[in-house]
Design a binder for this molecule. Structure first.
Ligand code: ADP
Length: 178
């Protein structure tokens, strides 16, 4: 696991499953515009949370690329789920700015709810086709840029499904200046 503290905010990268982060106040869902279960992270989060999450999401949908909304986490071991819509790579453009918005807005929802810790999957790197190395650079740069503005959030964890994906993120984290 890689870790770095910037302006009092610890940023971690680790291999793991976003639905099994019991020590975090919130996890971020790589949502679709309709906030429906679907596949990938959204499927796993809705399965673990139970059908009530779908009910909570309905009145909040649709959301636009770069936006994020917050709900209770239902049966997940966290307090909240933050549903963020990343860009479809090359279709929602500029993809890098929209991806950064998705991270920024997710952190804003966490701050508004007074949360101390939040975990992200690698938004847009699955079905949405964002190359992992480019997405990792945007994600970690954005989190680091936001860190000095955060008041309640003290821990941000990138949770990567694959060990290779975790390596790519740890390298991007190591390249950030403190
Ligand atoms: P998007 O539609 O935003 O591309 P996906 O859910 O398809 O989102 O995938 C985003 C990333 O999350 C991919 O790199 C995928 O391998 C990873 N992923 C899938 N399931 C999980 C999980 N349970 N925990 C953490 N990461 C996951």
């Amino acid at each position: 696991m890689g870790s770095k503290t910037i302006s009092g905010v610890t940023i971690e990268c680790m291999q793991g499953d976003i639905t099994k982060q019991a020590d975090l106040d919130a996890v971020v869902n790589a949502a679709n515009a309709q906030l429906r279960p679907g596949g990938g992270v959204a499927g796993a989060i809705h399965r673990a949370a139970g059908p009530e999450l779908d009910e909570l999401c309905r009145p909040l949908a649709p959301i636009r690329p770069g936006e994020a909304v917050i709900t209770s986490a239902c049966n997940l071991p966290n307090k909240h789920v933050i549903h963020a819509l990343g860009p479809v790579y090359g279709k929602d453009t500029p993809s890098d700015r929209i991806l950064a918005d998705a991270y920024r807005n997710s952190l804003a929802r966490a701050e508004e709810a007074g949360l101390a810790s939040v975990g992200f999957p690698a938004l847009s790197t699955g079905v949405f086709g964002y190359p992992m190395d480019e997405a990792a650079a945007v994600a970690l740069k954005t989190i680091a840029e936001e860190a000095p503005k955060l008041n309640t959030v003290k821990l941000v964890r990138m949770v990567l499904f694959g060990t290779k994906d975790a390596d790519v993120h740890e390298k991007a984290l190591a390249q950030l200046s403190e």
